[in-house]
Design a binder for this molecule. Structure first.
Ligand code: DON
Length: 305
């Protein structure tokens, strides 16, 4: 298995040349464009890795399905989906366009930035510090990594330059959809995106979703079964943004990408997959990461369709 993964990394590394690392968050410019790493964890906790699998990177939008799970367990489906829709937007992840033209002005889904910011605003806690603790503990439990932490440089970089996200959040507040303090919500959202992970952390979260929320090692239930199913469905329909359709055809694995270069895949009842390749295509998805997911899916016959 590890030999096959090594070959997949070797074969797909050349695609890193065709993309670029994210630059709109200045700190992300520092990533090494040619990195490519992959980790697979199966339901028996066998771990297979290849390439730059020890590299740390920020989770970015791969965090969105995870906070969605927490917000759904905190609030229930009815409340959450009264504030965020369930449909693919077909627009880029940071688009503002449809917010004003759709009535009610709720974000299309929880995977685009506007929707994810709404979701973060629904995480429960006595104050922002308490919300951050609850969120971090949830990520730590799901990844089995008690040492997860926020990369302070990326967090500050994003906080200083996140005006587009700020614009969306203030718009949602003006419409009475977002009810919390905007700066507090954004602070939590920027920290959520700046959590540092490796492909192994993503694979472990992926395999825990594959088993519908029961941790593969502790056997504790971390996510309600129905919530886990909702989350995976969004990963299929919206996980790769406006490339989700093509990805579903070519890869067929519920997945979520982030501009840090990560992709998390979850193959129901089989395995979790973490990929890292910071060179991105024009839609903000890891270019060699998508190609590697394609290879993994084909090689092991993993498409769910
Ligand atoms: O809000 C942002 O712009 C980033 N923190 C996350 C965006 C992201 O990862 C989009 N992914 N492809």
């Amino acid at each position: 298995m590890e030999k096959i993964l090594q070959k997949i990394v070797y074969d797909n590394k050349r695609y890193t040349e065709y993309g670029n690392v994210a630059t709109y968050i200045p700190e992300l410019r520092k990533a090494n464009k040619n990195d490519l790493g992959i980790c697979i964890i199966d339901m028996d906790n066998n771990i297979y890795e290849a390439g730059n699998c020890n590299e740390k990177f920020t989770i970015q939008s791969v965090s969105k399905p995870i906070t969605l799970a927490l917000a759904l367990m905190d609030n229930g489906k009815d409340k959450v989906f009264s504030k965020v829709g369930m449909e693919p937007s077909g627009d880029p992840f940071n688009s503002i366009m449809k917010l004003e033209t759709s009535k009610p002005s709720i974000p299309y889904n929880p995977m685009i930035n506007a929707g994810a910011i709404m979701i973060t605003s629904m995480i429960k806690g006595r104050n922002n510090g308490d919300k951050l603790n609850r969120m971090m503990n949830f990520f730590k439990n799901l990844s089995g990594n008690k040492n997860l932490s926020v990369n302070e440089d990326v967090y500050m970089s994003e906080k200083l330059t996140g005006d587009r996200n700020r614009a969306m959040a203030y718009f949602l507040k003006s419409e009475g959809i977002l009810t919390e303090n905007v700066e507090d919500v954004l602070d939590l959202y920027f920290k959520q995106c700046s959590i540092e992970v490796t492909v192994r952390d993503l694979a472990r979260i992926g395999v825990n979703l594959a088993g519908n929320g029961i941790d593969i090692l502790t056997r504790k239930r971390l996510i309600d079964e129905d919530v886990s199913k909702v989350v995976k469905t969004f990963m299929v329909t919206c996980g790769m943004y406006d490339a989700s359709g093509e990805y579903a055809i070519n890869v067929g694995i519920p997945s979520k990408s982030g501009v840090g270069g990560g992709i998390m895949g979850t193959v129901p009842n089989k395995m979790g997959i973490g990929v890292f390749g910071p060179s991105l295509d024009e839609k903000g998805n890891s270019i060699a990461g998508i190609k590697s997911m394609e290879s993994v899916s084909q090689k092991f016959g993993l498409s769910i369709f």
